[in-house]
Design a protein around this ligand. Structure first.
Ligand code: HAM
Length: 465
C-alpha cells in the first residue's frame, strides 16, 4: 500500500499538438501531394530545380537578411536552444559576444565567458537560407542564373489565427545570379505565381504590385513617408511611434485600426523612384501585361521584410481567407547576395502559403485511394496461403490488403473490404484450399469467378489495370 502522506504528482499521459501547428491527416495528404506534384511539374517547365536547405540556420542569417526591425525577426523567430560552453575570452571579446546577445555569463577572474557559440533559429522563410546556400556553394561559378525552388515547412512564433500558423508550408522560388537583373524575370516570376495558383484551382485572386526602387529610392520613400506621418505621430500606436524612427515602412503594415486609418488617408505615387527605377518598373508592368495578367498598382505595398528592392508584389485571395488574405508574395532583392558575403548577383523570388491556398480552395471531398483487392481468408490454413498470395499481388503492383490476424469471420472481413473500398474481394476458404483456387468477386457487379492460385495475379492484373 503506498503511504497516504505521499502526494504523487500525476503526470498527464496524453499530449496535445503545439499551438499554431497542425497534423496533416491521411485524408488530407493526397491533396497536399497533388499540390506539391503539380508545383514540381510546373516549376520544372519554367526551368527551376529543387533545393532543400536545413530547417534551422544561424539566427544571424535571418537577422541580417530580413532586418532587425521586421516583425518576423523582432517578434517571431523561434530559437533553437544550443548548450552554452565556457571559452577563454578577454573583456573586449566578452563585450563583443554580449552585443551579439550570445554571452550567458563572464568570469573576469578566470577570463572565461559562457557563450552559446551558435545560436540557431527555425527558418521563418526560405529566401535567406537559399541565398546562404547559393553563396556557400559558389553557385555563381557554375551558372549566371540559378533558378531554384523549395517546398517545405517554415516557422514563425505568431499569434495563431485562421490562416496564420506557427508552422506553415511554402512553395518558393528564387532566381539568383548576375543575369537575374531583368524586368522580364520579375514578370516571369509573377507569371509563375499566377500559373501555380490557377493550376491549384484558384481564381479571382488579385495581383498587387509596387516598386520600392533602389536603396537610394527606398531612403527617399522613407523620407517622404516620415514627412507625411510627422503631424499624425501622436495618433499612432506605441509600436508605430518607434517604427517611425527605426523603419517607417513598418507603419504601413500595422494592424492597429487607428494606424490603418491614418495610412489609408495618405496619398502616394511613385515619386520616390529615380527615372531609371521608374523605367524598370514600367517595363515590369508592361511585361506582366504581355502575359495577360492584370496587376493592381498598390503604392502602399512595401512588404514586411527589409531585403526588397524594386518590384514587390502580393497575391491577395480574399473570400475564405479573412484578414490573412495573402496567398503568396515576393519581389526583387538585389543587395542581399552581397550582404550575405556573395558576389554582386541580383535576385527575385516569391513564396506561396500552402495552408492559405487550401483554405481558399475550401473543403474538398477527398476519398482515400481505394484498394484493388481485399483478401478474405477463412481459417488458419487458408490464412497462411492467403498471406503469401497477397504478397505476390502486391509485388505485381496490385494494391491489396487483408486482416492482420487469422480467425476473422466472413462478415467482419467483408466489412473491412467494404470500408477500404476494395474493387475485388478474394475469398479463400477450406474448399478453395482443396482446389488451389480463390473466389474473385467483383464488388460493383457482384459477379464472381473461381480462379487458380497461379492465375490470380494475371487475372486481377488484367481487371485493374
Ligand atoms: P512572406 O510574405 O512572409 O514572404 O510569406 C509568403 C507567404 O507565406 C504569405 O503570403 C502567406 O501565404 C504565407 N505565410 C506567411 N506567414 C504565414 C503564417 N504565419 N501562416 C500561414 N501562412 C503564412 C516570404 O516568406 C518571402 N521569403 C517571399 C519571397 C521569396 N520573397 C522573395 N523570394
Amino acid at each position: 500500500m503506498p503511504c497516504p502522506c505521499i502526494f504523487v504528482t500525476r503526470m498527464t499521459n496524453s499530449f496535445s499538438i503545439p499551438r499554431g501547428t497542425s497534423d496533416i491527416l491521411p485524408l488530407a495528404t493526397p491533396l497536399w501531394s497533388q499540390i506539391e506534384l503539380k508545383a514540381r511539374d510546373i516549376l520544372s517547365i519554367y526551368g527551376y530545380s529543387e533545393i532543400r536547405t536545413p530547417i534551422y540556420e544561424d539566427i544571424n542569417l535571418f537577422k541580417r537578411s530580413m532586418g532587425q526591425t521586421s516583425d518576423v525577426v523582432n517578434k517571431q523567430l523561434l530559437e533553437v536552444m544550443s548548450n552554452p560552453t565556457w571559452i577563454a575570452m578577454t573583456p573586449q571579446e566578452a563585450k563583443h559576444y554580449q552585443d551579439q546577445g550570445v554571452l550567458k555569463g563572464y568570469d573576469p577572474a578566470k577570463s572565461v565567458g559562457l557563450v552559446n557559440e551558435s545560436a540557431y533559429a527555425l527558418r521563418p522563410e526560405g529566401t535567406a537560407s537559399v541565398v546562404r546556400s547559393y553563396v556557400e556553394n559558389r553557385m555563381d561559378a557554375r551558372e549566371s542564373l540559378s533558378k531554384l525552388f523549395y517546398i517545405g515547412p517554415m516557422f514563425r512564433g505568431e499569434r495563431p489565427q485562421k490562416g496564420r500558423l506557427r508552422q506553415f508550408h511554402q512553395i518558393g522560388i528564387e532566381a539568383i545570379g548576375v543575369d537575374s537583373g531583368s524586368p522580364y524575370l520579375d514578370a516571369e516570376v509573377i507569371g509563375i505565381g499566377v500559373r501555380l495558383l490557377q493550376e491549384f484551382g484558384l481564381s479571382g485572386f488579385k495581383v498587387k504590385i509596387n516598386s520600392l526602387g533602389t536603396k537610394d529610392d527606398k531612403e527617399n520613400f522613407s523620407r517622404i513617408l516620415r514627412e507625411r506621418l510627422k503631424s499624425k505621430l501622436s495618433h499612432l500606436c506605441e509600436d508605430c511611434v518607434s517604427r517611425f524612427e527605426r523603419n517607417v515602412f513598418r507603419v504601413l503594415d500595422c494592424k492597429n485600426t487607428d494606424c490603418q486609418k491614418i495610412v489609408d488617408s495618405l496619398e502616394f505615387d511613385d515619386q520616390h523612384l529615380s527615372a531609371e527605377s521608374r523605367a524598370y518598373f514600367n517595363q515590369v508592368k508592361e511585361s506582366v501585361a504581355s502575359l495577360s495578367i492584370a496587376c493592381e498598382y498598390s503604392p502602399k505595398l512595401v512588404r514586411g521584410l527589409d531585403y526588397y528592392t524594386h518590384t514587390v508584389f502580393e497575391f491577395e485571395g480574399g473570400g475564405a481567407l479573412g484578414s490573412q488574405d495573402a496567398l503568396g508574395a515576393g519581389g526583387r532583392y538585389n543587395g542581399l547576395v552581397q550582404e550575405l558575403g556573395g558576389p554582386a548577383a541580383d535576385a527575385v523570388g516569391l513564396a506561396l502559403g500552402i495552408e492559405r491556398i487550401l483554405l481558399s480552395l475550401g473543403p474538398k471531398e477527398i476519398s482515400g485511394k481505394a484498394l484493388n483487392a481485399f483478401m478474405v481468408a477463412l481459417g488458419e490454413t487458408a490464412y497462411k496461403r492467403a498471406f503469401v498470395i497477397v504478397d505476390f499481388l502486391r509485388k505485381s503492383g496490385i494494391s491489396c490488403d487483408m486482416a492482420h490476424k487469422p480467425g476473422g469471420s466472413m462478415k467482419s472481413q467483408m466489412r473491412q473490404a467494404d470500408k477500404k473500398g476494395a474493387g475485388y474481394v478474394l475469398i479463400l476458404g477450406e474448399d478453395e484450399e482443396k482446389s488451389h483456387s480463390v473466389v474473385v468477386k467483383n464488388m460493383s457487379t457482384g459477379d464472381q469467378e473461381l480462379v487458380g492460385w497461379d492465375e490470380v495475379v494475371d487475372f486481377l492484373g488484367r481487371k485493374v489495370k
